[in-house]
Design a protein around this ligand. Sequence first.
Ligand SMILES: [Zn+2]
Length: 268
Amino acid sequence: MNIKVLDWRKRRNWLASVRHYAGHVLTTELRQHLSQERPKCWSDDFSWLPDSGYILPEFVSSLTRYYTHFKGFHGCRPLTLSSYYERGLLGQNSDLLCNVFRELFSDVPKEHVEKIIQQFGDRGNRERGAMWLVGCDQYLVYECGHYLIQGSEYLMALAAHLGSSPSGEDYRFRLRGQGVPTVLEIDLPIGLVPAEQHVEVAKMILSEWGQLAARRPLPFGNEPPCYVVRQDIPPECVRGHYHPERIIDPHQGNRPYVNRLQTCDVCG
Ligand SMILES: [Zn+2]
């Protein structure tokens, strides 16, 4: 199979590739039209695109025929990494996380811990199996660093609701005591990514292409695409990982968090 990975970090590459798969919709005439009119080429309002009812869906299907994978990055704070390489990413298992939670807070009165778990039962069912990835690792480290510093958002939410100890310990920060802050690099087969997210990525590319053609760069829009995967991700999709040394900590006023754990069971 001819593998083509969309790597959001390589803007020049994916902009240059557009002509290989979408030349029939993003034509020279369209480019000239944009170059003359110079509209604001938003990604959520396509009034700038003539015949968008045809072009948009046609662009989405051309994009998803051309690329086989979307590169995504997953932030986590796992105890070991070998299971990712052996079994892949198995989604969020809230039962498993609840057991980790019970163990981590075994000094807190049991009925208090169980009450919090119960309150989150619904959310656990709703989010079961969902995995979050973003198209750019720098964005993960600088904008969503809490996934690396504290790990699972589900655990974090449980700990936040547990509050603090009589002596004033903020229980959220206890999650920082175990595991290794990690960025996993994943090549997601696009079949694992829900179709509505294909559309989102296509809109982002189309907007960037339009801004270039119109020579009118818009502010905002530096956010990479986000992928929510609700299936297990097989181990061969794991392309690598690293442990960043400096992470921006959104739960501590965006102060840099210095990570002293630079190795794990796999890379150590
Ligand atoms: Zn490692």
